[in-house]
Ligand binder design. Sequence first.
Ligand code: GDP
Ligand code: CA
Length: 305
Amino acid sequence: MKVAVLAGGVGGARLSQGLYRILPRDLTVIVNTGDDFQLHGLSISPDLDTVLYTLAEWADPVQGWGLQGDTQTCAQQLARLGGETWFRLGDLDLATHLFRTQRLSQGASLTQVTAELARSAGLQLQLLPMCDAPVPTKLRLATGWVDFQDYFVRRQHADPVLECRYQGADQTPPSSAVLEALKNAERIVLAPSNPFLSLQPIFSLQGFESLWAGCPARKVAVSPMIGEAAVKGPLASLLASLGHPVNSLGIAQLLRKWVDVLILDESDSALVPEIEKLGIQAICTPSLMKTTEDRERLAQVALHV
Ligand code: GDP
Ligand code: CA
């Protein structure tokens, strides 16, 4: 079965790893690039790298992003020199950004560079950025609009978000590889990624709605909320500040026009009747992915519901 996944960083990477164990050759992972930015002249794609490192089994198992065994020697020296250190790049991680920046400067597309990185990591699946042009996410806080990394890293996502914007998305189509993968997919899975920061940037791309409507695949999402908390990150506070229920019902309301099925945690079964009133099927199962076995089991559910 050909499967396409829409993913952000950590939640996207975890479910993608489960799917990859089941379908090593028939999987395409389409990744948000709204978090991408430039630092020290380098092109950084945090969500692509999280997915790459997780699938290659290079990721730091504790934090879920970054490289296992990475060090901060360069960052320490940069601090000594008075350089910008609010976003600390590990020594091993730097190699990825150097490679990407160099290849982009030679005229390769982000799609090409990502394929090269995936091949070097020994991956058989297709790893795709959502598009090739920059579509930076901007967030409105009480103090005004800020860049995504300013909100997420510099301010440690402590400020309530009042509005999200995906700059340039309406003039940027998904790449042709993304179009192809979605059209040919027999199933499309929305990973338990942040709907505002990881999925909506993809949905906002030019022509995406009509592309989606023309995809014959069954569309299944996994909720990133368990009870009233996100497994990780600022999702609960985003749901609250943007006026949605802070649980999987809020996720269902946001995703109802995009999916046929929502998989939610078994502890949230009381929400099923309200979710099904929205016209989508709700399936309950344990949804916390700690081990690779958890990831594979949840992936099996996403492939078979
Ligand atoms: P980010 O770029 O790292 O923020 O990545 P994503 O948008 O892909 O993922 C963030 C979301 O993943 C958070 O809202 C988490 O709640 C969710 N998430 C992370 N791990 C798990 C898990 O094991 N199970 C579920 N259901 N959600 C998870
Ligand atoms: Ca991200």
